[in-house]
Design a protein around this ligand. Structure first.
Ligand SMILES: Nc1ncnc2c1ncn2[C@@H]1O[C@H](COP(=O)(O)OP(=O)(O)OP(=O)(O)O)[C@@H](O)[C@H]1O
Length: 471
């Protein structure tokens, strides 16, 4: 069967599932979309990605040829997303959808729960925001969509994108003020009176501030239609956040009354996660896992290198790399200071590195710092300076590793290797964030020879290759 767009593809698949249902009342379609190969399969009561053999006689299995021309974002969203939002999307330059947007928008706009699982920098934010804009009623003063993020930095960024899309003060439409940031370190008093006097349509929140407002019953979620949990694997992995997250998903609202969207570039054991989502009632039973590029978790325009050095030579090695690469805009990832080192009164590794670079790396005017121990104002100041463009060298802990979008970044340096392959993936993903660009970006890890096997392990897990650099 031929169809010309992903929307048609999805409505066709819905028709097929409707046809199959009367013959088998227990039929629960699980939709697996492989847009590249354009195979659409309905697997009854299955949460697993099907092997060809697993597609049995009770399933509908249809191969669909999709015409060569790929749909635009407008074509994918037409009839769902208000025109003034689509015009704004085009004005800011988003016309052609990225892979994840092309694959996920038909699912999201149909109202189904969805796990958005796609590479870093692939445009998941726009995908879920368009889904939100398709359902919220701007004339209603009630919180209708909630986006939960792990850090204040990511929250500020998502709020900015949502406001940018919503803003049309000169026309009838949604005002930017309808998007509220409820983030740790914010002004709780002001937020409380905002929520009480005229609740915003969309709230972007970190869990800490959100739970305070929910517990005090200042924020109510009875009108919430869409719940997005961004960087979902990180949130479930954090012992501080997990119990609040479960409460939000089950006690403060029910999956029956909302569309639930989970997003991340890394969802370890994703089949198990999807199973848990359904069993624990975090999502409805027909949730769709949109998995883009499962065989290539790392963007191909990001290249990987490593340099071996002695235990006490990391500073000099980084300096040599910087002098040789002369990066326009780079991030150096440093590990967080341990509690033991804090108690002993040592200076944090970030401070030591910045002091070293300021005295020895002549050539980079702006060396900025971002770490958990800074106050929120200083963190905001660092980020806003970075976003002004121009060249920068950011020294950061993993605080900048999740979700932060600095599209100018071309070089990443792992001053110390991250703890896990997932952390490596997110650090590396701060580069190469222009979806349609072929510009090469480079991630270089500094390691001792004893650490080589750790990086090798990451390479195997994430399916990339790392080349040794000699200067
Ligand atoms: N359709 C599009 N066309 C061009 N650029 C786009 C498009 N969609 C998104 N972008 C840009 O791509 C960049 C990455 O998008 P985004 O921050 O949503 O990625 P992400 O998938 O959430 O990544 P991460 O997993 O690292 O959080 C942003 O700078 C965004 O403006």
């Amino acid at each position: 069967m031929a169809c010309s767009s992903a929307t048609q593809l999805y409505s066709l698949s819905s028709t097929l599932s409707a046809k199959a249902r009367p013959q088998n009342p227990k039929f629960r379609p699980f939709l697996f979309i492989n847009y590249r190969n354009c195979n659409v399969r309905h697997i009854p009561n299955s949460i697993h990605r099907p092997s060809r053999a697993s597609v049995g006689s009770s399933c509908v299995s249809t191969a669909i040829d999709v015409a060569e021309k790929s749909p635009t974002i407008r074509e994918l969203c037409d009839g769902h997303v208000p025109d003034h939002i689509l015009r704004r999307v085009e004005e800011v330059g988003f016309v052609v959808p990225t892979d994840v947007q092309r694959q996920a928008l038909p699912v999201l706009l149909s109202g189904r729960d969805c796990i958005l699982h796609a590479q870093t920098g692939s445009g998941k934010t726009l995908a879920y925001l368009l889904s939100i804009f398709s359902v919220v009623n701007t004339q209603r003063s009630a919180v209708q969509a909630l986006i939960v993020v792990p850090t204040r930095e990511l929250g500020t960024q998502v709020t900015k994108v949502a406001r940018m899309l919503a803003a049309k003060p000169d026309e009838v439409g949604m005002e930017a003020g309808s998007v509220m940031a409820l983030l740790d370190g914010g002004m709780l008093g002001r937020q409380k009176s905002w929520l009480k006097s005229e609740p915003p349509t969309i709230v972007v929140a970190t869990l800490g501030s959100l739970c305070q407002m929910l517990e005090k019953k200042i924020l109510k979620l009875e009108s919430m239609q869409v719940l997005v949990i961004d960087e979902v694997d990180f949130m479930f992995n954090s012992s501080k956040q997990v119990s609040s997250l479960r409460k939000l998903l089950i006690s403060y609202s029910s999956c029956r009354n909302r569309q639930t969207i989970f997003a991340s570039a890394s969802i370890p054991q994703h089949r198990r996660f999807l199973y848990d989502c359904i069993q624990q009632k975090w999502t409805k039973a027909d949730a769709v896992h949109v998995h883009v590029n499962p065989v290539e978790p790392m963007p191909s325009r990001v290249h990987h290198k490593f340099m071996i050095c002695g235990k006490d030579e990391r500073h000099q090695t980084l300096l040599s790399l910087l002098k040789s690469d002369m990066p326009q805009s780079a991030i150096v990832f440093v590990s967080e200071q341990s509690e033991k080192s804090k108690k002993a009164g040592h200076a944090p590794p970030t401070t030591l590195l910045i002091e070293f670079l300021k005295t020895s790396y002549i050539g980079c005017s702006d060396i900025l710092l971002l770490e958990e121990d800074m106050n929120f104002n200083a963190r905001a100041a660092s980020l806003s300076e970075l976003r002004q463009g121009g060249s920068y060298l950011l020294v950061s802990t993993d605080l900048a590793a999740r979700g932060v979008d600095l599209p100018e970044t071309t070089h990443i340096y792992n001053f110390v290797l991250p703890k896990t392959a997932v952390d490596y993936l997110h650090r590396a993903g701060r580069a190469g964030r222009r979806p349609f660009s072929d510009n090469k970006c480079i991630v270089t890890s500094i390691l001792t020879s004893e650490e080589r096997f750790v990086l090798k392990k990451f390479e195997n897990e994430l399916m990339f290759e790392c080349a040794e650099v000699f200067l």
